[in-house]
Design a protein around this ligand. Sequence first.
Ligand code: ADP
Length: 444
Amino acid sequence: MAEIKKRKSSFLFLPEMRFFWLFFVFVLFSLVAGFFYLSESWVFFDLAILLILGVIIILVYSFRSARVNLAVKVEKTQLSNIITDLYDAVIAYDPNFKVLIFNKAAEKIFNVSAADIIGEYFTPEKAKDRRFSFLCQILFPSLAPLVVRRSEDVTGLQVSDFSFEDPRYDLRVATSKIIDSEGNLLGFVKVIRDRTRELGILRSKSEFIEIAAHQLRTPLTGMLWGWETLSKEDLSKEQMEIAKSGLAATKIAIENVSDLLDVAKIEEGKFDYQFEEIDLISFISEVFEGFIDLARQTNIKLFFQKPKEKEIKVAADKHKLSIVLSNLITNAIKYNVENGQVTVALTKLNNQPFAQIIIKDTGIGIPAKDAQRLFTKFFRAENAVKSVTEGIGLGLYITKNIVKAHGGEIWVESEVNRGSTFYITLPTDRSLIPSKTAQIMEEY
Ligand code: ADP
């Protein structure tokens, strides 16, 4: 539309109008000259030509502006049709909350007709009217029961998730400002996506996993107890091997079930955190100690490089953080090579409110093409599948969630057949830990 406006204002100065202007100046000049030197009839002739030129200008101008108006009209109609038929609800309103646009999808979600809304001024008090109460909660988010702010980017686009219980509604609302070319605020536009069905499916999937995992856990715990008891008996060498492999397989099955349960909880937003102040040095030492036996049995050398500080305090959920460390150290041992090494290091970052944990191994490494997918659900790199058959690819997904919920970051550097280094940062400043509601999964 901006282009049309430009074309419209500059039409008299288009290159093809050059000859027209030259002729116009010539006629004007001959008219002035005619007054002083030529006959009366010549002056009339000049005036007639000027008149004809004037009429031509008006005709050309009207024709062009009619064309421009038609183009603007077509563009406007197309735009309005697009907005009307959009799958997402669109509501636009001015700074006084007078509604300007309310499309079909908005009518469907809010169960009110556009005719009752467009031109109306909205205030929080209007929420008392049952017809407008739902809409008011979107226009004035402080009235809504649960709002999770997702992002606010530099362009001012603000994305929030709204959840309502009765009836169930999950809406993602993107709000942006309408600003004119001089920077004046003209209003706001909200684009609302109804995610009720999508999240409902996700929820029932998670519920299914949760129920199935719960049902499996009880018999597996019984089996574990049985194998443990059996392996303490006086058995023949062969029988002892069977008992030990039964015990190992049951332990893996229990770990997998526990990972599935954790994932289901994460996706349902039920993975609760109990933060307390801990000293990272003694905490990591404790977890580290627990791996010394496993490292010895698998011929891996295990080191812990302590920081120069006496203690590094962070706010953390001890149980969740031990899941993170256990996953990373287990992987570093599991995906290592014969006589390999694993080094766990802790440092306090200079001039930054973060501690950094590094877990470095000399193992099989991660192919560059897989690095992006490493922290997604059920992903296992091909070289890992070949070297270790067990594993369901949930550990790093859970790990990343826990680190993020602590306000930290996790990333990896790796080279195939040379080893991998996982880095974790954790804030030493409690205010950098995100609020509880913001911990719901990114994929939601
Ligand atoms: P799992 O170990 O059960 O496969 P994880 O989520 O812990 O699941 O790891 C996902 C994948 O990341 C692994 O299958 C493997 O491909 C890769 N991976 C993780 N840690 C390492 C490591 N230290 N060295 C090499 N590959 C690794």
